[in-house]
Design a protein around this ligand. Structure first.
Ligand SMILES: Cc1ncc(COP(=O)(O)O)c(C=O)c1O
Length: 384
């Protein structure tokens, strides 16, 4: 759809991007100060497992803000959570193995699985049930001798839902009884609204060797382009496998790691709380706007900055394309991501789209107005 958006822009149409989770909140000044403080004569490789000061400050920062007791020696720094998830998958599988995910899920998991030569098995959740996890018995029916792990993400992209503590505990029990790893993608961990407290799988069982946490600075600190992530695992063999892959790709960029370490040590605690206030206001505006579209099904997101909405249209794919190819309201249109792209199993999310609320309130208002008018125009042309 991106080329269609470019063509729309060439026609002079303003495109509101609700399709991608690129935070617009400025990156912290402490990161830029960290960049300025980089004084080396040679930009050398950092250790493959990551800059040691960064491992230390990341661990300290999690311990301080989440009341955890992580150990810096259990961190391996990666090029974003993307590489962290890829390495984690490859550490616990052989080609041909399977990993369970809950549909809808983050679309790039499919790419990581393809690179690792494994199969993702999608377990459906429904918008009608607020994307609640199925029962453990139902999940267990998907386990085969080739299943090695469950890959979860809370707060979730694309649904914005949070896993309940009881659900996390049941998953841990399942992993224990069936000998599976849990790979917990915590890229959005702190993005929780309505006064909720961030929960990591590490809060439940900090020393559980079956737990692999993947984390990222991309979203939390608006640092997508710095490409800094981590794998955290107390399991010596898992970490050794991740480190072998880290060695094979040499290192993550040096300057960003040094700057990130400085930032994590010096950033005021209210950076995140201010960002959260802003995102929560946007969430409220978004939910009101989506609920005002007659026939829509909206699940109020409790975290991250996305939601999946079911629209009164026959196909989310066709609708997203229509918005870019044919529609504009006073020279403006809205780019949404078709829900089908977030499903491993074929046929899921047919009438759904994912929207990201990473636009300032005024722009978000414009995007919602345009979206609602687009739904009406689509229905007039193609029926509901
Ligand atoms: C759920 C989820 N996991 C991982 C990533 C990858 O993040 P990074 O920029 O750290 O590679 C994203 C990015 O959008 C994401 O939404």
């Amino acid at each position: 759809l991106a080329p269609l958006a470019d063509l729309a822009k060439q026609r002079g149409v303003q495109v509101y991007h609700l399709n991608i989770g690129q935070p617009d909140i400025p990156s912290p000044p402490e990161f830029f100060e960290g960049l300025r403080r980089y004084q080396e004569q040679v930009v050398a490789y950092e250790p493959s497992r990551g800059n040691l000061a960064l491992c230390k400050s990341w661990s300290r920062s999690m311990n301080r803000s989440l009341q955890l007791e992580t150990d810096q020696n259990h961190f391996v720094i990666t090029a974003g959570a993307s590489e962290a998830i890829l390495f984690s998958i490859m550490a616990v599988t052989d080609p041909g193995d399977e990993i369970l995910v809950f549909d809808p899920s983050y679309a790039n998991y499919l790419g990581f699985a393809a690179m690792a030569g494994i199969t993702l098995v999608g377990i459906p959740t429904t918008i009608q049930s607020g994307f609640a996890l199925p029962s453990i018995d139902e999940i267990a029916t998907r386990i085969t001798p080739r299943t090695k792990a469950v890959l979860v993400c809370s707060p979730n992209n694309p649904t914005g839902t949070l896993m309940k503590r009881a659900e996390m505990e049941r998953l841990l029990e399942l992993a224990r009884s069936r000998g599976l790893f849990i790979i917990s993608d915590e890229a959005y961990r702190e993005f929780v609204y309505d006064g909720a407290t961030p929960v990591s799988f590490l809060h439940l069982e900090p020393r559980n060797p079956a737990l692999i946490i993947t984390d990222s600075l991309s979203k939390r600190y608006s640092l997508c382009g710095a490409r800094i992530g981590t794998v955290i695992s107390v399991h010596d063999e898992v970490r050794a496998a991740v480190q072998r892959m880290a060695s094979a790709r040499l290192a993550v960029s040096s300057i960003e790691q040094v700057a990130a370490a400085y930032m994590l040590d010096t950033i005021p605690a209210d950076f995140l709380s201010k960002a959260l206030q802003e995102y929560q206001q946007r969430r409220d505006l978004l939910v009101r706007g989506l609920e005002a579209i007659p026939g829509s099904i909206v699940v109020r997101p409790q975290g991250a900055f996305y939601t999946i909405v079911e629209l009164p249209v026959r196909s989310g794919d066709e609708f997203a394309e229509f918005m870019l190819r044919e529609f504009d309201l006073n020279g403006r249109t809205t780019f949404v991501a078709p829900g089908s792209g977030f499903h491993v199993a074929a046929g899921g999310g047919k009438r759904q789209v994912r929207v990201a609320y990473v636009l300032a309130l005024d722009e978000l208002r414009g995007a919602l107005e345009t979206l609602a008018a687009g739904v009406e125009a689509f229905q007039r042309k193609y029926g509901a």
